[in-house]
Design a protein around this ligand. Structure first.
Ligand code: NAI
Ligand code: PYR
Ligand code: MG
Length: 439
């Protein structure tokens, strides 16, 4: 074995007959795979499925082992190959669970029929009562069309489902909100808007997620205008909130004013345009951006930003650089200017590794694992739902950014996402800002 073993779990189906698993074990051993834990997942009359942990030297050795097992014949088959991350996703990450337990017939009659009919009638008479007698006001739809899943591009909504389930877990854990993924098989703004409008009554808010640009802009604007519940595109505003908080945090530590700094935005899609707008709303006087797409550049100009000619130019002339292109390794270490603040926010892989940027002279550097909209969206929706507001306004977003900044420990760029205080602080600040703006 090498010092970094390649450990995978093989999900293997064998006809339920003595000796079959011995054949599998022999095939693995013959190719020098090391069998670890064996878990029987299912024993049926016809077949048995086991989860077998196998340690190899590399992927090539594992491929050979899988081939050898499949070649045994007699119905023996590797059904799936799993690893730690895949295992955490087996069966999905979320599950709709009842809040009340039914232990008796009395419970059944209270929770379901005939008792429930009375609650229906109460709501029929006064629809506002649904706020109290259903979970609607604590449920947020996580809507995607799958066109910009992280930086993986247009991989479709089903392939994007693990991200949506992840957002639902974060909603639950950090804000006590039920997040329900909604996968759309259309990206046409008319159809998306129409669909969301038709289902919105079951939700207290709408989180748009990983919907690519430019159609995300029209979809969000129209839904905000046409629905009477909070709507927010996370990749735009959740990201902008966290980008503002982290740049303010870096400026505070460096003793410089954000407003006086030159900010360069690389990639002006959903995240990049919203970050640029947020920076300008906060008072950044020189906001410059680049993108490969002419229309993306036009949009920045319309909002009052300026454009640069090249990546090299933006790197050479910006005090703060933020990148949201989805392109791993786009920023080369030799482009980094000493003392620069660099936020390379693309997931799953950054435009430059923070360590490489710091080594090249950056004063602060972070990637999308640290500076991530997980610090924003749970608390923003908790605050908006608590305030029973119908809109998420710019004031609420700025309040969220300042709450993240205030929750940041000295020496850190942003708070730890598992610090429960940060989500509570964001929620409180957003609720307060919502209440102030409704006065
Ligand atoms: N850390 C965080 O919390 C977040 C990170 N992101 C990341 O940001 C990235 C972009 O996401 P979205 O804005 O939603 O996607 P998007 O598809 O709307 O925008 C990407 C933009 O980058 C531009 N671009 C691509 N390659 C470029 C290059 N070589 N030079 C200049 N521009 C280039 C595209 O033309 C497009 O305008 C993704 O990797 C995503 O994971 C997005 C939201 C939150
Ligand atoms: C974090 C996130 O929303 C993204 O990378 O798309
Ligand atoms: Mg996203």
């Amino acid at each position: 074995m090498t010092s970094t073993p390649y450990l995978r779990n093989l999900i293997i189906e064998t006809p339920s007959k003595p000796g079959n698993f011995a054949k599998v074990a022999y095939a693995i051993g013959k190719l020098e795979g090391d069998i670890g834990d064996i878990q029987t997942i299912k024993v049926g009359t016809l077949s048995t499925i086991r989860d077998v942990s196998v340690q190899c030297n590399d992927a090539e050795q594992l491929d050979k082992i899988v081939e050898a097992i499949n070649a045994i014949g007699d119905g023996i088959q590797v059904q799936a190959i799993s690893d730690d991350v895949l295992r955490a996703h087996e069966g999905g990450k979320i599950h709709m669970k009842g809040k009340v337990e039914i232990r008796s017939l009395g419970d059944l009659r209270r929770v379901y029929t005939p008792g429930v009919a009375n609650v229906c009638k109460v709501i029929e008479k006064d629809p506002q009562q649904a706020q109290f007698f259903t979970g609607i006001s604590n449920t947020v739809a996580i809507v995607t069309d799958g066109t910009a899943i992280l930086g993986l591009g247009n991989i479709g909504p089903v392939a994007g489902m693990p991200v949506m389930e992840g957002k639902a877990v974060l909603f639950d854990q950090f804000a006590g909100i039920s997040g329900i993924p909604i996968l759309l098989d259309t990206s046409d703004p008319d159809q998306v808007v129409e669909t969301v409008k038709h289902i919105h009554q079951g939700f207290g808010g709408i989180l748009l997620e990983d919907i690519g640009s430019p159609h995300c802009f029209e979809i969000e604007e129209r839904l905000k205008a046409e629905l009477n519940i909070p709507v927010m595109h996370d990749d735009q505003h959740g990201t902008a909130v966290v980008a503002l908080a982290s740049t303010l945090s870096a400026c505070r530590q460096a003793g410089v004013k954000l407003g006086d700094s030159v900010v360069g935005q690389i990639g002006l899609g959903a995240a990049g345009l919203a970050i640029s707008r947020m920076m300008m709303a906060y008072g950044v006087k020189k906001m410059q951006g680049i993108d490969m797409n002419e229309q993306a550049l036009e949009r920045l100009l319309q909002y009052g930003g300026t454009t640069a000619e090249s990546l090299e130019e933006i790197m050479a002339t910006s005090d703060i650089v933020i990148a949201t292109t989805g392109v791993q390794g786009l920023i080369k270490p030799e482009m980094v200017r000493p003392g620069q603040i660099i936020l390379a926010l693309s997931n799953p892989h950054a435009e430059i590794q923070p360590e490489a940027a710091l080594e090249a002279g950056a004063a602060f550097a972070a990637d999308g694992r640290l500076v991530n909209n997980v610090l924003g969206f749970p608390g923003i929706f908790r605050g908006a739902l608590n305030a029973k507001t119908t809109k998420i306004t710019y004031d609420m977003l700025i309040a969220a950014a300042l709450a993240i900044l205030d929750s940041t420990k000295h020496g850190d760029l942003v708070p730890h996402p598992l610090d429960p205080n940060v989500h509570q602080n964001v929620a409180d600040a957003v609720e307060k800002a919502a209440n102030l703006s409704s006065l």
